[in-house]
Design a protein around this ligand. Structure first.
Ligand code: PMP
Length: 375
């Protein structure tokens, strides 16, 4: 079997072997419902969920009770955006977001606009970053929600979250951030962002299983959640905020992936930075003026490179490379349409159609990238 070099880690990651080992007992013998009581299957499941909640809380720097498990970031984004706007509709109608959000934020915002909310979509600069000036000017007295992603899935660009959170704290506006792409890839401690009220997280982006994610929802000093309408009503799991029997095996997997990400954070950041620099160097040596990098050099997630191969159609290139390496033209979630992110940074259609995204993993070896030398 040919070893396929996997460079599409922003789309999804493989499960870490220790994550698989942690999950297996909860798929097999420990099958209890954590909401049941007294007998060992139930108690063991409940304990395992508690441990996972703690592992995720330690990675994020929040209280374990502020973690609400969901099915992934699409659900987390839907829950926060719909749930907060529904509760605050008497206070105002205005929402602020950006032009480079994932569709699970942008499409929800457009839906909210259709049902009567007012939307400001902030423009971004050539690297996909919003300006704090634009953001401050966009705030209105009736702004009830700001949703700005932490880091971009196509460019890796980090938004100025510290400044955004400070402004939202001052103005008392609910700030949500889609943090899907930054978990395990940047130093992040939610204690340093008191103005950030909620984030969305997805386990399969950092070597955990698919179909499980979480919302961090900040509690006040009395350990109370803000008023929010659940997306899923039912049996009242997750403090009544997300009903449905907990997927214990997946939660355990996400917990273990969080523990591993936390333990290796500094090491992984260094490794991703080194790999990215090496890949950039090889590509520049190999292709010279036939390529162009779309990314900024700083304030970005390490390990994501967006590269134009001048004059070459990206779909054809991805297909041609497929027998030896897995890369993508951009977001896996909207791969049939030209990237709205690249359009937002001002690229022409032909530039978008020649762009490839490489997203690296700290678990690959530098020498594996030498494959580019033979292209
Ligand atoms: N937000 C971002 C920035 C993403 O990259 C993704 C996954 N492509 C999502 C949200 C959706 O996550 P999930 O697959 O967990 O629904």
């Amino acid at each position: 079997m040919i070893n396929l070099l996997y460079l599409d880690n922003s789309a999804t990651t493989p499960i870490h072997p220790d994550v698989k080992d942690a999950m297996l007992p909860y798929l097999l013998e420990e099958f209890g419902n954590p909401s049941s009581k007294y007998y060992s299957y139930a108690v063991n499941s409940k304990d395992a969920v508690l441990t996972a909640r703690q592992q995720l809380a330690e990675l994020l720097g929040c209280k374990k009770d502020e973690v609400i498990f969901t099915s992934g970031s699409t659900e987390s984004n839907n829950f926060i955006l719909k749930g907060i706007t529904n509760q605050r509709k008497q206070d105002g109608k205005h929402i602020i977001t950006t032009s480079v959000e994932h569709p699970s934020v942008l499409e929800v915002c457009k839906y909210l606009e259709q049902i009567g909310y007012e939307l400001t979509i902030l423009p971004v600069d050539e690297f996909g970053r919003v300006s704090i000036g634009d953001f401050s000017e966009a705030i209105r007295s009736d702004t009830i929600l700001v949703s700005i992603q932490w880091g971009n899935n196509e460019l890796g660009t980090l938004q100025p979250m510290t400044d955004i959170a400070t402004i939202c704290l001052e103005k008392g506006i609910f700030l949500h951030s889609d943090a899907t792409q930054v978990i395990g890839k940047i130093e992040l401690n939610l204690e340093d962002f008191p103005g950030l009220s909620a984030i969305s997280i997805s386990s399969h982006k950092y070597f955990g299983p698919k179909g499980i994610g979480a919302v961090f929802l900040r509690q006040d000093q009395y350990n109370m959640f803000p008023e929010i309408t659940p997306l899923l009503h039912g049996g009242g799991q997750e403090n009544g905020l997300r009903s449905g029997t907990l997927a214990v095996h997946n939660i355990v997997g996400m917990g273990k992936a969080s523990e591993i990400a936390h333990l290796n954070l500094t090491k992984n950041i260094l490794k991703l930075t080194k790999l990215e620099n090496y890949l950039k160097e090889i590509l520049s040596n190999q292709f010279g003026s036939k390529i162009k990098f779309n990314n900024s050099i700083n304030q970005k997630i390490p390990g994501i490179l967006s590269v134009q191969f001048i004059g070459i159609n990206n779909e054809i290139l991805v297909k041609q490379l497929a027998p030896i390496m897995a890369v993508s033209t951009g977001s896996a979630c909207s791969s049939s349409k030209p990237s709205h992110v690249l359009a937002a940074i001002g690229l022409e259609l032909n530039e978008i159609r020649q762009t490839i995204r490489f997203s690296l993993s700290p678990y690959i070896q530098q020498m594996e990238l030498d494959i580019f030398k033979s292209l």
